[in-house]
Ligand binder design. Structure first.
Ligand SMILES: *[C@@H]1O[C@H](CO)[C@@H](O)[C@H](O)[C@H]1NC(C)=O
Length: 541
């Protein structure tokens, strides 16, 4: 007799085989731990600390409370659409592969141009999601370094202010230590996820209960202020400022798709991964809203002084005002720890995704990156590759605060482009999309329309500078960096001889025996035919 666990493992492996891959990772993550990955990457409180900066000047309490609520609902739509895709194709390769499968062809006249378009779209999605995952890792670790420096400032009685070089040094130490941790093996990391979840929830409860308790009655804001006062400091029209405040929840509830990248390491992935995504967004949306309400009641009414405090982070200043120096230091060190853990989850996800791209041959040095360390059973080479790129991105901090800000918003804009293409491709082109166990039925289409429209609008919003009075030093460099990377990836694709157009034929299967066995192999053999189709004509050109 087979044990239930054994048969789940077999079903996972069979589904992966149906998608054209063989099992390479150990399936070390239970469903709760997959949820833990998604939830700890959201890292609610530390993330809110990093982006409170966006919501406070763009509407103050009303934007913190209602902007969060409205944006969370849109983000939930994105999450549900992505969960459907993740359920249908639970591989670490995620979106490029989904795009490739969803951008299909009508049998009989699948022209070469439509196949090329499909490969190019997968290529762009791959580049964008690689960009996004490395930049979010950079921004999280950078945020952690900044928070450590804020702690030093609080501890020194606000006499210490870190230089760029000091912050960069701390940042490098964080990146390197994360790389070491992520080489230790997935079992250790999986066990740590439970600690992450407990720590994150504990921190949220401390703010939701501890902060109101520590605020004297007479300093508590009135409900009419906390829920309805709209303070617009940056000078954009009110409605636009309100939409700008959505940047805070969009950045916070960002890389929830990380659980997709560990699909090949989780048991019962086709169900566990989509539910991890949806429940992580739902819980983060509700807890985050409660935290914002608590802050709106306890932060006082002098919004200007919060923004311009010497500590440099509005949340740290609110803590300082209510809890005093020592308690703030204690609480803040837990915030730093949670942020650090969020970074290690991110490194885990980014190295897995890089491994999957290397498997598809879509990165430089792919054959070196696509190597599993025999001792730790983790992709050690990709962990160090991602760490090296993160350190290079970190050097941008020396170019000034706006340059490093571009890295922050880049992580969201690039991610949204990588989401939009596979979601849209599923509906825009005739295809053989086969829904997984997580499926919205007739709501799939309307939810996808809402998700894609929201991401499209937010991508445009992110390109605008934070204030209307802009100059060269304060412009938003996101559009420059994002456009630059897009241009480079397309140039690389069309580059003579070495470009992807000559060899990139979509995600590569690592299974030899294609199309032999029963109904499950139909899709695999179809893909194989497509690949042969595209190889033949390109030989002649
Ligand atoms: C919001 O609160 C500030 C500070 O108390 C006050 O100056 C402002 O008039 C209020 N705005 C609205 C729209 O109530």
């Amino acid at each position: 007799m087979e044990s239930p666990q054994h048969s789940i493992a077999k079903a996972d492996e069979a589904l992966l085989a149906e998608l054209g891959y063989k099992q390479e990772f150990k399936r070390a993550f239970t469903p709760l731990e997959v949820f833990g990955i998604a939830f700890s990457i959201i890292g609610l409180l530390p993330s809110i600390a990093s982006v409170l900066f966006y919501a406070v000047p763009n509407g103050g309490p009303a934007s913190m409370v209602w902007g969060w609520a409205v944006a969370s609902l849109f983000i939930l739509c994105i999450g549900m659409s992505m969960a459907e895709l993740g359920s249908a194709a639970p591989t670490s390769g995620g979106y490029p592969r989904m795009t490739w499968m969803n951008y299909s062809y009508t049998s009989g006249h699948h022209s070469l141009s439509s196949l090329r378009c499909r490969n190019l779209l997968s290529w762009i999605v791959g580049c964008k999601s690689f960009t996004s995952i490395v930049t979010s890792r950079t921004s999280i670790d950078w945020g952690c370094a900044v928070q450590i420096m804020a702690a030093a400032s609080i501890g020194s009685g606000q006499t210490f202010t870190a230089t760029s070089a000091q912050t960069f040094g701390v940042y490098v130490a964080i990146v390197l230590s994360h790389a070491v941790i992520c080489c230790l093996g997935t079992a250790v990391l999986a066990r740590l996820q439970t600690v992450y979840v407990v720590l994150n929830v504990g921190l949220c409860l401390a703010v939701m209960i501890g902060l109101p308790a520590a605020t004297p009655k007479e300093n508590m804001n009135s409900a009419s202020y906390a829920l309805a006062n709209f303070t617009n400091l940056n000078g954009w029209p009110d409605g636009y400022a309100f939409i700008l405040s959505f940047l805070a929840p969009s950045w916070t509830i960002g890389a929830f798709d990380s659980s997709v990248h560990i699909s090949e390491e989780s048991s019962n992935a086709a169900t566990a991964v989509p539910w991890a995504i949806v429940s992580a967004i739902g819980i983060a949306g509700i807890l985050g809203w409660a935290i914002n309400v608590s802050l709106a009641f306890c932060m006082g009414t002098d919004v200007d002084s919060l923004l311009n405090s010497p500590i440099g982070q509005p949340l740290a200043q609110i803590f300082f005002d209510r809890f005093g120096q020592n308690a703030t230091l204690a609480l803040w060190s837990i915030v730093v720890l949670a942020q650090y853990m969020m970074g290690s989850s991110m490194v885990l996800a980014s190295s897995r995704q890089t491994f999957a791209f290397a498997r598809d041959g879509a990165l430089p040095f792919s054959s070196w990156l696509y190597r599993m360390n025999g001792f730790t059973k983790t992709p050690v080479n990709t962990v160090w590759f991602v760490a090296a790129i993160s350190i290079i991105f970190g050097l941008l901090s020396f170019a000034g605060p706006q340059a490093i800000n571009a890295i922050f918003s880049l992580s969201v804009t690039a991610l949204y482009i990588a989401y939009i293409i596979p979601i849209a491709a599923r509906f825009a082109f005739k295809n053989d999309f086969k829904p997984g166990p997580f499926n919205l039925g007739i709501f799939s289409f309307p939810v996808a329309v809402i998700a894609v429209s929201y991401m499209f609008i937010m991508d445009i919003v992110f390109f605008f500078p934070t204030t209307p009075q802009t100059d060269v030093a304060n412009m938003n460099y996101t559009v420059v960096v994002l456009g630059g990377i897009l241009m480079l990836s397309i140039m690389w694709y069309y580059c003579p001889v070495y470009g992807g157009v000559h060899w990139f034929t979509g995600p590569v299967s690592n299974i030899e025996m294609l199309g032999e066995e029963g109904a499950s192999s139909i899709r695999v053999s179809v893909e194989k035919n497509v690949r042969e189709d595209i190889v033949e004509p390109s030989v002649g050109t």
